[in-house]
Design a protein around this ligand. Sequence first.
Ligand code: NAP
Length: 294
Amino acid sequence: MATIIDGKSIAQEIREDIKTEVSALLSKHQTPPGLAVVLVGADPASTVYVRNKHKGCEEVGIRSFEYKLPEDTDEAKLLLLVEELNNNPEVNGILVQLPLPKHIDSEKIIHAINPEKDVDGFHPINTGKIMIGDDDCFYPCTPFGIQELISRYEDNLKGKHLVVVGRSNIVGKPIANMMVQKNEKANCIVTICHTAAPDISYYTKQADILVVAAGYPNTVTGDMVKEGAIVIDVGVNRAPHPEIEGKTKLVGDVNFAEVSVKAKAITPVPGGVGPMTITMLLKNTVKAYNLQNK
Ligand code: NAP
């Protein structure tokens, strides 16, 4: 039976470290690190994420600036706010909650954020730096959390075959680019597979470390995994509850019951990758503060 990689307690440990670092910084500087979070509209899931980001900031001593704009905010107004935040020295990190309403060009907004404040790690400058292995950048929070979980569980990553299912710009591509770099938290042989593969099990069966970010339950079943693999399930899906009729439950992209009897270690859903994401955002905000106060 696989060891459960407990993202919740690892995230808590990291938050304790961030809290200690922030209080040490406060004894040297006048102002704490600051994170601006911009929410346009009232999408229920986004509202919860923004609330949790605010709570996370409070927990570790980061000052959070919240901007809640109406759904019909126009692009020009949002660009003006981003510009204002770029120029505000108390704001070290800027996060514009995605998805944005359809009438706003998300790419244009992301590109307008100063890359030195892009703590979500989506600006092409940061994407490019990840690709060339320049650590002076911000890693997108979910892949950053995934790397942290993997490297805390497996300390000898050199030459391990890491297979990623999914090629999104948010998870699949960045985690692949991060894990192929030549450093002690990476140095893997990396394969990415996606829907163009006639049979993804050809790849998944070869994985020493399997990262699944497809967005569908049961994308990876027991027969698709090598005995002793480390399995990171990024998926978050609502599926019918197996025991309570009419109810749903959160499940990942991996069939946990089948894969956990073959894997050496596995992340649960919920409680695996999920809790790491906001924690890594807090870590990025402190990194931004340190870079801006060098
Ligand atoms: P996405 O943008 O929809 O991308 C999914 C990727 O998976 C695509 O590249 C797609 O291939 C590939 N794919 C889908 N089904 C496949 C299959 N059967 N075989 C092979 N490849 C397949 O999704 P995402 O944003 O990366 O998110 C993936 C999952 O992670 C979602 O469940 C999401 O909710 C979750 N997530 C969780 C967190 C967290 O904090 N825990 C953060 C982000 C995302 P094509 O490119 O060929 O279409």
